[in-house]
Write a protein of this length. Structure first.
Length: 422
């Protein structure tokens, strides 16, 4: 990294853009400054910058981004007595270079070498030792090393993520879950295959990923945009009537059969049932998936509509003499009878529509805009299509929405669970 800093020329830094599209400036400069020693981070000077973080094209700048002489005012917000060395209260930028990528000056960056910082060298050593311990499945040793690295650079995301992974491998049991295999996600340390205790509800881990959400095919699914989806658990199957009645007792389904997916449930019904589930199962955290999570799982699993893996209009009706069939001729099917996708999820397309937690709002999708916590009468999203829909219309990116209290016979649910924090 030191060589990179010394060899980079002005043009390359200009091309990098603000914070080198995710904070190379922090690597080059922040680790050699004294700001971390007094617990001052980027956000303390530049603000929360939620829009900057959420916008994938870097079109939103940080909340506070002074230039030129205005930099002195920002410095003075902490250094009220002026420069600690010269007591100068103006023209701070004449000596200091607070934002290397905004106005790179030849000759100044060559002194900002990564390895000059003793803390960083120690950090690297702990990270290497942590990875060596992890390779030997010494999870307690790895945890200690990653914690030591994080103590040196508290804002370092990689150290925080590796610490979390090691903690989970050292403590693999999750309240309310029973592990069905010894397979773990290498990034998060979470078990891949689990079931909900006493309910027979199998769930799969959907690893974190960046999702190109949306489709130009459907008007309501435009524009295509990038969304970050954190790891979460999703039920392998749509919730069955047997599982519903084990928690609630009353079966709302039109065609009653313990093996069939529960159907004819509203969004409100689903939320009430999940609240009861959280009261019963240790650890709680169960919920409906967000719209982004549902699409991420479907796309990551490679869900695609075919006669081999979906129940749809063409194969979900009872035999009829004529071409026309009444709606009662169509019926849901027991989940899990067709092929699964790459994540081990069944019936992501077809069978019953699945409620999501999200309020139906235009794209781009932005969870902090309140769509996940909406309390009003906004329509709620359903995904996946149903047994009475045409095969050609089953698309993992298609959005449908309905009232929260609407109970259509083809509306069901698939349960999600938040990843427990260490």
């Amino acid at each position: 990294m030191a060589a990179w800093a010394q060899e980079a020329d002005t043009a390359k830094f200009r091309a990098a853009g603000v914070c080198s599209r995710c904070h190379v400036a922090q690597v080059l400069e922040w680790t050699t400054s004294k700001h971390p020693n007094v617990n001052v981070a980027c956000r303390d000077c530049h603000g929360a910058s939620e829009g900057h973080v959420a916008n994938e094209r870097n079109q939103v700048k940080p909340d506070r981004l002074p230039h030129g002489a205005a930099i002195a005012g920002l410095c003075a917000s902490c250094h009220t007595a002026g420069c600690p060395k010269t007591k100068e209260a103006a023209k701070c930028e004449s000596c200091h270079h607070p934002h290397a990528l905004i106005h790179p000056a030849p000759g100044k960056l060559t002194q900002m070498t990564f390895q000059d910082d003793d803390r960083v060298r120690k950090y690297d050593g702990h990270m290497r030792s942590g990875e060596a311990s992890a390779a030997k499945s010494d999870w307690k040793g790895a945890l200690a090393e990653f914690e030591a690295a994080l103590a040196l650079l508290p804002s370092n995301r990689k150290a925080a993520a590796r610490r979390e992974m090691a903690w989970r491998r050292a403590n693999p049991d999750i309240p309310g879950f029973r592990r069905l295999s010894e397979k773990f996600d290498p990034g998060t340390g979470l078990p891949l295959d689990v079931s909900v205790a006493d309910l027979g509800l199998r769930m799969a881990l959907v690893p974190a990923a960046d999702l190109d959400m949306g489709s130009e095919r459907w008007r309501g699914s435009r524009p295509v945009h990038t969304v970050r989806v954190d790891a979460f658990y999703l039920a392998r199957l749509e919730l069955t009537q047997l599982q519903w009645t084990a928690i609630d007792g009353e079966n709302p389904s039109a065609k009653k059969d313990p093996a069939l997916p529960v159907h004819g449930v509203s969004w409100d019904d689903a939320r009430r049932w999940i609240a009861k589930l959280n009261d019963k199962i240790a650890g709680g955290g169960f919920r409906l998936p967000t719209e982004a999570e549902w699409e991420a799982a479907a796309v990551r699993g490679g869900a695609g509509a075919s006669a081999r893996n979906t129940w749809h209009r063409e194969n979900s009706a009872a035999p009829a003499k004529g071409a026309f069939r009444e709606i009662d001729a169509y019926s849901p099917h027991p989940p899990g009878r067709l092929a699964s996708d790459a994540l081990g999820l069944f019936d992501m397309l077809g069978n019953v529509w699945e409620w999501c937690s999200s309020a139906s709002r235009p794209y781009p999708y932005d969870a902090p805009d309140g769509r996940e916590d909406a309390t009003g009468d906004e329509l709620r999203v359903l995904r996946g299509g149903g047994y009475a829909d045409s095969l050609a219309d089953l698309d993992p990116r298609f959005r449908h929405a309905d009232r929260k209290d609407r109970r259509q016979i083809w509306y069901g649910i698939r349960v999600a669970r938040s990843v427990p924090r260490p």
